[in-house]
Design a protein around this ligand. Sequence first.
Ligand code: 4NP
Length: 155
Amino acid sequence: MKLLLVCLGNICRSPMAEGIFRQLTAQRGLAWEIDSAGTADYHVGEPPDRRAQRASAELGIAIGDLRARQVNEADFSHFDWILAMDGDNLHRLRALAGSDCKARLGLLRDPFLQHPTALEVADPYWGNLDDFLACAEQIRQAAEAFLQRIDKKES
Ligand code: 4NP
């Protein structure tokens, strides 16, 4: 399974999600390919926000070596799943996806898009460390749920 996690800047939510998925899949012995990217290019090449690094460290996860990159065309044919953190970024992904898009697009908190309104991982960028801790916990729970669904459905 190849999974790409996507937010706006790739310095807060999606690098935390990448680290959490790496930890959870390693714990389950799953050899998944996991990456993250942003729909915007504001922070390309930067490490994750320090608050994202601290919130990840609270979960025993080091993400300081990650570097932000922007989503590109090849991502849509390479990855099996591309999960956005919020509805805005899902819309951006849909606009970028070409006709050879192989990936399934969804929301991290609603991968199969079953809810009438977007279930989002809110952007903690303008918040404080507590917001990042809550965000990391929300991502962790959604990641656990996704792994359970996929285990049953597709593996
Ligand atoms: P992220 O958070 O999308 O979770 O990485 C943000 C990071 C940077 C900005 C917005 C959101 N920004 O406006 O620079």
